[in-house]
Design a protein around this ligand. Structure first.
Ligand SMILES: [Zn+2]
Length: 264
């Protein structure tokens, strides 16, 4: 009895001393797929004008009607991909043509995830600012697509303990990548194609690939080159949720009707 009491006191003391040293819960960070022989193509920084033909034809009229843009091209080639989108980066997510584009991509079965509201360096923000970046985009995705996403890619792949804590508190996992096509770092289409070739030669078990839907050369030259090459190498294309063995969305509802809150 006495020993038991002493043990309890000791345990209580240990727990008390451990308290301040225990890290707050933080979001998981995923850099590669779990499933073997899979490729998750990911496209950041949109939604933007190269995302699908419907958006381009209806609103921008920059390209020939016969041209299939990114999400349509992927769909027509049997590829499901993942789009990490912003709320207000290249364009405002509430813009009517962007809404149409994003809904079209979503309905085709591509996965839509968070890339924050305005694409800041999250590691330079305080907790409130980080939370605002996550929540504003969450609100927009719920209005525009009726979804809640559990997946967040921090802009520039940058995160620290505060980012991970705040992401966790907002029910997010962090997803980075294990192959960068370097399309947003000035690589030409030929260079990015070469990087894909090198990866295929190395043949890693699986890939989460960073691309940007905001680069016309990615949409029109690199992806049409890389997809057949990856297929020929025996890879299967999956969404980020499939590649990590998780749920695509933490909830799914219906698209909301536009109201006066749909503004950036
Ligand atoms: Zn980005």
């Amino acid at each position: 009895m006495l020993l038991g009491k002493k043990f309890t006191i000791l345990l209580t003391a240990l727990l008390a001393s451990a308290g301040p040293l225990t890290d707050p819960a933080t979001a998981n960070v995923y850099t590669k797929c779990v499933a073997p022989n899979t490729v998750a193509l990911t496209f950041d920084d949109g939604p933007w004008i190269y995302e699908c033909i419907r958006h381009t034809l209806q609103s921008i009229k920059l390209i020939a009607p016969s041209r299939k843009e990114l999400s349509d091209w992927l769909t027509n080639n049997g590829v499901k991909a993942t789009f990490f989108v912003n709320g207000n980066n290249y364009g405002c997510i509430y813009n009517a043509s962007i809404v149409a584009s994003l809904q079209h991509t979503f309905q085709a079965g591509h996965q839509i995830c968070s890339h924050t509201w305005s694409h800041p360096h999250l590691t330079k923000l305080n907790k409130t600012q980080i939370a605002t970046e996550i929540v504003k985009l969450d609100t927009a995705l719920e209005k525009v697509l009726g979804i809640k996403t559990p997946w967040l890619r921090p802009p520039y792949g940058e995160y620290n303990d505060l980012v991970r804590q705040t992401a966790y508190e907002n029910n997010k996992n962090l997803v980075t990548w294990n192959f960068d096509s370097l399309d947003s770092d000035g690589a030409t289409a030929a260079q990015s194609q070469g990087y894909y070739d090198s990866q295929i030669d190395e043949h890693p078990a699986n890939l989460i690939v960073l691309n940007h839907e905001t680069e016309a050369s990615t949409v029109r030259e690199v992806i049409p080159y890389a997809v057949p090459a990856l297929k020929a190498a025996g890879y299967k294309f999956v969404t980020v949720a499939e590649c990590l063995g998780g749920q695509a969305y933490s909830s799914e509802g219906s698209f909301s009707i536009r109201d006066n809150t749909w503004k950036c």
